[in-house]
Design a protein around this ligand. Sequence first.
Ligand code: GDP
Length: 584
Amino acid sequence: MDNKMMGMSFNRFKTCSALFAIAFTVLVIITLTYQNSMFYLSEGFSKDKILRRRPHNVTTMDLGFRESAKNTSDMNGTSSESRFPQEELSTTATEDGAQNLTGSDEGFKKASISHIKSNGTEQLYEGLLASGFDKSSCISRFQSYLYRYRKASSPHKPSSYLISKLRNYEEIHRKCGPGTRHYNGTMKKLARFKKQSTNTTCKYLVWTPANGLGNRIISMAAAFVYALLTDRVLLVKFEDDMMGLFCEPFLNSTWLFPKDSPFWNPRGVETYQSMLAKNSSPSVLHLNLQHSKEDPEKFFHCDHSQKLVRKVPFLILLTDQYFVPSLFMIPSFNLEMTQMFPERDTVFHHVGHYLFHPSNEAWGLISRFYDAYLAKSDEKIGLQIRLFSPHSTPHEAVMDLLLSCTLQHKLLPELDTKNSVDSTQENSSLKAVLVASLFPEYGENLKTMYLRKPTITGELVGVYQPSHEGHQKFHNNMHNMKAWTEMYLLSLCDKLVTTSLSTFGYVAQGLGGLKPWLLYRLVGNRTLHPNPPCQRDFSMEPCYHIPPKHDCEGNSIKHFTSSFPYMRSCVDYSSGVKLVNVSI
Ligand code: GDP
């Protein structure tokens, strides 16, 4: 090719490039304009919409976790990231959502695939969950059922009424959730009229946290039930320590309360007491149902208070309590509660399965731990040991308590102290023991015990404790991630021993549908050898620690059971009440 030809080719090339650049730019402009017009025209809340319109500090769950894991530090100033046990938390899932399972789990893998594809639709958690979720952003939503119900399907089916309420709720959330036209309009209106009463199309319930993760989870579940009953949109105020633990529960929307809201740190907001005193409803109300209150928000369980609360468009709820029993007490809610939950002791079980799906990071930890240590056992026993006064409670006394409970109820086998080798080795079954505690002593002691001697039943016992954090840490994302992982793993066990009064244990028993053996609560060294050491619970529901003390006429309530036959005093806390499944 000569120079002239080369020049001509070069000129032609320049012309073509310029034309191409112009055409490309025009195409991009047309596409963007079209997308934006669709965006504003549609009422619906598409996934794109969330990503584009969410305020920059309310990130997606994945990003939220990574950000907060980087930024948080524990009380000793240690970076969470440096103590993170897994470098990369991705879960290796196939297209079908089936995970990296080992050869012996082939049946499970097949079941998993057929479950997800049953009739060409996704029947997740017996229809409890909406279909249409993206699989890769929340793998646990598609896999956890199969971990939970490996041997048989769930004995507790959600009622069709609950399912229809949930589908209806999802519509409301989609229409009114953060980023929508309704949300933005309501926020503007409320900022102007927070003390006066205002009418809005959408009403909100903002859950705000108190105490540890167990308290937070059970109170979020209660808040959601209240939102369902009152057609409110549930939003959760998550700081960095809570980001990235759960998947978004509502299809094509977010439940994260945007940080740029004028009510993120509300000031000058009306309280429940002042509302009752004035007998009129403001637009924004702060409701405190925390356990530190003597008689929290007296008459919350009464229709006359609910009439006032109903008119409040924006309710900010501070609670660490599972106040679901009080919702059954409210006459105008009772029928709906019964229709939603005909098996009354399954409220947390269903609501928990609906709301709390471990994020991919959490599910990576849970499923790998499960597959590595628990999956191949014949039986899984979960032990949760919570010390409320660790400095004055001797570990030996707690260990004695744990052993006498587990041996007495044949949850763990006795040791064969006469032999050092198991004579029935050939068909010995395997028991996996999952220990959850802030302290390493319990897992270590049990492990050593079952390694040193054979058992009289010939069973092999493997003991696994995922972490021992030493103490409860606040504002620490990774600490909460570990706690969530352990609650969830406990819920995958066949039998549970938990500690009295611990909401950490309540979450595990509720998700697992298990009635645990409750360890007697050792406080200090008061009673070192209580008898019985533990007692079986009668219900899988969490205990409501501070139920109302008065009826709606102001008389003190003495016996819950006579007024509410499906409530009983809690085994672990006699002043508390919990729901029980009785036919009335
Ligand atoms: P409760 O105080 O027992 O009712 O349970 P909470 O979950 O509300 O608060 C206790 C907190 O202490 C947990 O959320 C964890 O942060 C921490 N914690 C207590 N026990 C354990 C445990 O066994 N494992 C882990 N990882 N953390 C625990």
